[in-house]
Design a protein around this ligand. Structure first.
Ligand code: WA2
Length: 269
């Protein structure tokens, strides 16, 4: 009888874990798709109109009213690519100086990625050079070389200090062919549209809504480096009932990274 009930307990765990993984992956994909559309919005209204038909007020209004489309993102922003020879003109035009992510005036660099448009929920990154943060910088370089959406590994976000990941889409100047080479892409880069997945608080919200939430413990890991899994969500030192667990695969759309969800019972079933 014990063996039968344990097999049943395992079946229930598998289905609860798969349900959570599918739900998280779907909400993630929906959010990524909408950020993709925002990158096209910036390309259309900032770069294909002269003068640009977009400003901070319009961007803030549009992103606030469409926030429901991006359930796992705490906010989105647009960082413009500025090379050092254009810095002075850019700063005079904006009326502010480029700052590092430590909020100091930026020292001279070859190029910068200052935020010029932001959703109000992340307004604290306005004017910050996103290339001055290690994770954001890697994302920017990888996004513009590939032309695709990319994700950082998990780290503590600015503002909330919660564990999350940043998503980045490149924005190119008009006329870049779809099959452009890496060098052409880098050359034609106009800026970067991205946002922060506040995994710690927004995944908590998501899981809280599901039946059986009190019975199971969920962790999400970045397992890109299989020998060093990085925790993205859930308790750092999982306890609960350790003899039974299930791993569900997650696909967040960046082929460079691998993620998985691990579930177990909080008490002996
Ligand atoms: N957005 C919000 N909070 C953050 C963050 C970020 N990056 N980085 C650290 N905390 C404008 O890739 C371009 C957004 C970066 C995009």
């Amino acid at each position: 009888i014990r063996r039968v009930s344990m097999r049943k307990a395992e079946e229930v765990l598998v289905s609860m874990c798969e349900e959570r993984a599918r739900m998280l992956q779907d909400q993630f994909a929906v959010s990524v798709n909408h950020v993709h559309a925002l990158a096209i919005l910036v390309s259309t209204f900032h770069y294909q109109k002269h003068p640009p038909a977009l400003d901070q007020g319009t961007f803030a209004d549009y992103t606030a009213r469409t926030a429901f489309e991006r359930p796992l993102l705490s906010g989105v922003a647009y960082a413009q690519r500025v090379v050092d020879s254009e810095r002075e003109l850019f700063e005079n035009h904006q009326g502010w100086t480029i700052k590092t992510m430590k909020r100091e005036p930026s020292p001279v660099q070859d190029e910068y990625a200052p935020v010029i448009y932001s959703q109000e929920t992340v307004s604290y990154i306005e004017a910050l050079d996103m290339m001055s943060g290690e994770e954001d910088r890697e994302n920017i370089l990888r996004a513009r070389a590939s032309g695709k959406a990319v994700l950082t590994s998990p780290f503590r976000l600015l503002g909330s200090n919660q564990l999350g990941v940043v998503l980045t889409f490149p924005v190119y100047r008009a006329g870049l062919p779809a099959d452009a080479m890496e060098e052409e892409r880098i050359e034609a880069t106009a800026g970067y549209l991205g946002g922060a997945f506040d995994v710690e608080s927004l995944v908590e919200n998501l899981l809280r809504q599901l039946a059986g939430n009190q019975d199971i413990m969920v962790n999400v890991y970045d397992v890109t480096n299989t020998s060093e899994p990085l925790i993205m969500y859930g308790p750092q030192f999982p306890d609960g009932y350790m003899s039974l667990s299930h791993i569900s695969m997650l696909d967040f759309g960046d082929p460079f990274r691998r993620h998985q969800m691990k579930c177990r019972y909080s008490k002996k079933p």
